[in-house]
Design a protein around this ligand. Structure first.
Ligand code: SF4
Ligand code: SF4
Length: 439
């Protein structure tokens, strides 16, 4: 990398870091700090480290990188910071500087540049993995869906993970539009996990949107939102994925771009416009801004835009509780809409759990890099779910669902794990009256 480019990246980082007053408010809310008690793990400690990045970069780049990786990118610190520092973006920028300086590992290069950034190749790999997963997996007892990656379990730290469906969402037939569409024009951004692991979430979203007479479109050839690459410092793959999606989604064609993934929503709304590399005011940047302004989480669309109302449920209906995904609550401040959507399903009764907004410990690759911290956070979450008495825990993020499914299998009393869209769609199937008009 050109040294001038590195110096300019470090200068931009310094400007963000200079805002920090070292007040320490971020420490109290940091889930990693709550487990380790190590001040260097909280945002203040990391900012202190980054403040001297220019000198540390040459002394001990691997050490800096390792300490920066001890972060879930959950955004709890950012939501608390009185100085409004974009802490997670600062970490991401620092990881990108380190990756440029040290170079990406071969594994990450192959994963991000040869797979993730090439959707057709990634789709083929996922199809191959789904077809042959039976060779390395076994079912989890009586539960048919989750499986353990038996032979590769050392790599996955003995975690239970959901089975890959044979038919991903992008290969499913999308129901035809009603002849007289009256509702909002809604484009669906599936995201990798919903497309390849939980296509039933997208099916439930479509069922609900159809019920409310939305004009649904699913642009073909969608790519990943780019966050796995970006959080590993691979800015190049991230920016190529943003450019690819920019071609696929024309903001003139929809009123809302909806996702069922909290992380995709936060990344498209907040990170795409800021880290795409397009110059502010350029044609592509303007288009990106329009896309990000129209992007909304599924529950926000249903409650705030479509106006779905609460339903009465029978006292014998099963109980559902809600886990707040960090990227929805901390990054976007969305807490009410998913709960209201759960209360709009007449198939369940809602019960709040304690500490619903604390991190489940998933954090993308964090759960594999730091399994003990991830497990401690997961155990706390599992106890809270059990304490609520709920039969099912719902959430708005497929990544959280992977962690919650693993927790369910190891819990003394197992519980279901669903997406809020599935809970709402369950209610629709119980003889809900047709709306008189698109609302
Ligand atoms: S809350 Fe903000 S200002 Fe305070 S120490 Fe943390 S990052 Fe710095
Ligand atoms: S993003 Fe989350 S895990 Fe990382 S420092 Fe902030 S609060 Fe801690």
């Amino acid at each position: 990398m050109a040294i001038n480019s590195l110096i300019s990246m470090l200068g931009a980082l310094d400007a963000a870091l200079s805002l920090c007053t070292r007040c320490g408010l971020c420490q109290a809310v940091c889930p990693v700090y709550s487990v380790t008690g190590n001040e260097a793990d909280a945002a203040r400690g990391k900012i202190f480290l980054l403040d001297g990045l220019a000198s540390h970069l040459f002394d001990d780049p691997a050490g800096v990188s390792e300490r920066l990786d001890r972060c879930l990118l959950c955004g709890a610190c950012e939501a608390e910071c009185p100085r409004g520092i974009k802490i997670t973006q600062t970490y991401i920028a620092a990881r990108s500087i380190l990756a440029e300086y040290m170079g990406l590992s071969l594994g990450k290069k192959v994963l991000f540049r040869q797979m993730l950034a090439r959707p057709e190749r990634f789709d083929r790999l996922a199809a191959w993995a789904a077809r042959f997963q039976w060779l390395v997996t076994r079912p989890a007892g009586l539960l048919s869906s989750p499986v353990s990656q038996n032979m590769v379990s050392p790599l996955l730290i003995n975690r239970w993970v959901p089975a890959l469906p044979i038919t991903p969402f992008h290969r499913m037939e999308i129901p035809e539009r009603p002849t007289e569409v009256k509702g909002h024009r809604v484009a669906i951004f599936a995201g990798c996990l919903i497309d390849k692991v939980f296509p039933d979430i997208a099916v439930a979203m479509i069922e609900a949107l159809k019920y409310h007479r939305a004009d649904i479109s699913v642009p073909a050839g969608q790519g990943c939102c780019g966050i796995p690459a970006l959080s590993s410092g691979d800015m190049k793959s991230f920016q190529s994925l943003v450019a690819l999606n920019l071609e696929r989604f024309n903001p003139d064609d929809f009123d809302w771009l909806v996702t069922g993934c909290a992380t995709c929503t936060a990344v498209i709304k907040k990170i795409w416009p800021e880290m795409s590399g397009w110059q502010i005011g350029s044609k592509n940047h303007v288009r990106l801004k329009r896309i990000s302004e129209k992007t909304i989480d599924f529950s926000g669309l249903m409650i705030d835009i479509i106006g779905v109302a609460p339903m009465k449920t029978g006292s014998s209906s099963p109980l559902v509780t809600y886990h707040d995904p960090c990227h929805l609550k901390n990054s976007l401040g969305v807490m009410e809409a998913p709960r209201k959507l759960l209360c709009a399903s007449n198939a369940f009764r809602f019960a709040e759990m304690k500490d619903a907004d604390t991190c489940c410990g998933m954090g993308g690759g964090f759960c594999l890099s730091f399994p003990d911290i991830s497990r401690s956070l997961g155990d706390r979450k599992r106890d809270r779910i059990m304490g609520s008495g709920a039969d099912v825990v719902a959430t708005s993020c497929p990544a959280c669902m992977i962690q919650l499914a693993d927790l369910s299998i190891t819990a003394p009393r197992s519980f279901g794990v669903r997406h809020v869209a599935q809970i709402y769609a369950d209610g629709l199937r119980l003889c809900r009256p047709q709306p008189s008009d698109a609302s």
